[in-house]
Design a protein around this ligand. Structure first.
Ligand SMILES: [Zn+2]
Length: 182
């Protein structure tokens, strides 16, 4: 079973998402659906801070939280705000291929050297910062982590539809994570 469901036609989007912002997100981004004008937010997108990710969505369409690895840890208050005050009922958690949060160890020396050189931190503090936070924010696998985050948020917000996706940086397209195979 494939872990990702590629969407290159609206017929490939699962019927359960019909008439929801999840469906429209996939149509806008992958299928080039003409942008509508929105006055209210339709959904929330939680995704990675990676500079390569760019979303083809209309103005006013979505709240967006961007954080390394699409890790929504410590973001719950903002999610709660978007749900309660913003009125959204749909969340897409979008991890991506080639995420730097899966390779933190490789960049450890660069991380410490960079903080010392550019931010004028002491080396001791930079090392401590890396060691304490990399274990909190580092991830092993993009698909597994996105799914884990999705399940956590479904439990936290049972009335909200939370959908896991992957942004392929190679071709800038969105895929749904196939939960049947996971
Ligand atoms: Zn990333």
């Amino acid at each position: 079973m494939k872990r990702l469901l590629n969407i290159s036609d609206s017929g490939e989007i699962p019927k359960e998402y019909k008439d929801t912002p999840i469906f429209r997100l996939l149509e806008y981004h992958n299928l080039g659906l003409k942008h509508e004008i929105f006055s209210d937010p339709q959904m929330l997108i939680g995704t990675c801070m990676d500079f390569r990710l760019s979303f083809n969505i209309p103005r006013n369409f979505a709240f967006m939280i961007r954080t390394g690895g699409a890790n929504m840890k410590n973001m719950e208050f903002k999610l709660s705000y978007a749900i309660s005050v913003g009125g959204i009922k749909h969340i897409a958690i979008i991890g991506h291929s080639d995420c730097a949060m899966t390779k933190l160890r490789i960049n450890e020396k660069k991380f410490v050297r960079g903080l010392v050189k550019y931010a004028k931190w002491s080396e001791k503090l930079a090392i401590k910062h890396f060691n304490t936070k990399s274990t909190v924010f580092g991830i092993k696998d993009e698909i597994d982590f996105t799914l884990k985050e999705t399940k956590r948020l479904r439990k936290l917000y049972p009335g909200i539809t939370v959908v896991p996706m992957i942004y392929q940086v190679e071709d800038s397209r969105l895929s749904l994570i196939n939960e049947v195979s996971s």
